[in-house]
Design a protein around this ligand. Structure first.
Ligand code: ATP
Length: 375
């Protein structure tokens, strides 16, 4: 039986705040450039980015496992920058579980409580409650090697949650699991986070995991934050070509600005011709040459003319079957290509001459060529 959901904590309260936190190794290795970030209570926040971009270093700085080179770390409004890990109100879950092989599952979960001097009766009660919470009461007396990878990760989670931290830090916790188990545990983790009602800060390089689980995603690149936003904002309104490409397939293109009229920007894309996009930026902030992006699934495809603001003709060069979807590489007369994604019911084939079309608000003007930081 699941314990009752924790009382909903207000999302306005700050659980963790980083003020210009940076981390250097030696004289010339910068793992994280000064970085500021707020994590709200009860929020599922994901640090997403390619290998080496500084996700783990940032997480370890919050846990106190890494000293910071500059800046300040606050947890629940208290400056903990110089506090050791055990004194912080955090707990961390690693990819490799780090369970004690010689202890039973129940003893693994109770170990941290024992170290903190919690009495036997109270310990047993909290361990049992936690075992039920992660639905593992039936394996309480087994040893870690007698569990599956997914079960072991749930034990690792329970061992952290039993300490009642105000924030749980998770470093690629599902990285060692196969794809099916990963998906099951993503749902499970989200359920547990919602019930526990505490902040989860989750590190992954898997964009799908970040999009499905998070309230907000922090996309990192080379030790810096590239963009912070809800999964929808990151996917639909990427600010840079890097975010657009990292978060999914995307056609990213360069174009000259022909003119601006209100929120509409007229572009000249050398391979496509005239293109109109909707812009959230003040028109005088936009440079003369810009990048714009369009997702493959935002482009319509047909054999005849389409009812769209933007159109271009091309020839299907490749057709890729993705299960429920089809992806086409469509070659334009210039020799350049656009990727287009359609439902699998589309019956167009390689060498077919096609019309591509999209509307004003399907394309996105990227912010990297805009002089103001925010729309
Ligand atoms: P991954 O997804 O591969 O774990 P990451 O985004 O978590 O990568 P970090 O582990 O935070 O990246 O590393 C950021 C940078 O700092 C990398 O260039 C890494 O090589 C470097 N780095 C990390 N730890 C150390 C260390 N102890 N000494 C020197 N450089 C380090």
């Amino acid at each position: 039986m699941e314990p009752a959901a924790a009382p909903a904590r207000s999302l306005s309260h700050i659980s963790v705040e980083l003020f210009e936190v940076s981390k250097r190794y030696g004289a010339d290795q910068v793992a994280v450039y000064p970085l500021s970030l707020q994590v709200k209570q009860g929020e599922f926040l994901t640090l997403l980015g390619p290998s080496g971009c500084g996700k783990t270093t940032t997480l370890r700085a919050i846990a106190g496992l890494e000293t910071v080179s500059s800046g300040r770390v606050e947890i629940a409004g208290t400056d903990v920058t110089d506090w050791p890990p055990y004194a912080r109100d955090t707990s961390i879950v690693f990819q490799d579980y780090a369970l004690f092989p010689h202890l039973t599952i129940a003893d693994n979960i109770g170990f941290g409580l024992k170290m903190r001097g919690v009495g036997k009766g109270e310990r047993r009660r909290r361990v049992m409650e936690m075992l039920e919470f992660v639905q593992l009461a039936h394996v309480a007396r087994r040893k870690p090697h007698q569990l599956s990878g997914g079960q072991r990760q749930r034990v690792a989670l329970a061992r952290s949650l039993v300490l009642k931290p105000s924030v749980l830090l998770l470093d690629e916790p599902l990285g060692a699991l196969d794809a099916v188990l990963r998906q099951q545990l993503q749902v499970e983790l989200k359920r547990i986070q919602r019930l526990a009602g505490i902040a989860f800060i989750y590190v992954t390089h898997d964009r799908e995991e970040a999009l499905t689980m998070s309230d907000r995603v922090v996309v990192m690149r080379d030790g810096r934050i590239e963009q912070i936003g809800t999964p929808e904002q990151i996917y639909n309104s990427p600010r840079t070509a890097f975010v657009a490409g990292f978060i999914g397939q995307c056609n990213v293109r360069r174009a000259e600005v022909l003119g601006r009229s209100g929120s509409i920007v007229n572009l000249w894309d050398a391979e496509i011709g005239k293109v109109q996009v909707q812009s959230p930026f003040p028109s005088d902030a936009i440079a003369d040459t810009v990048s714009w992006a369009i997702r493959p699934e935002s482009i319509r495809i047909g054999s005849a003319s389409l009812d769209c603001t933007n159109q271009v003709r091309g020839v299907i060069a490749e057709k890729m079957y993705l299960g429920s979807m089809l992806r086409y590489r469509v070659e334009l007369s210039s020799g350049h290509s656009l990727m287009v994604q359609t439902p699998a019911t589309c019956h167009l084939s390689p060498q077919d001459s096609v019309q591509l079309g999209w509307d004003l608000d399907d394309g996105v003007l990227l912010a990297e060529d805009v002089r103001c930081a925010q729309p």
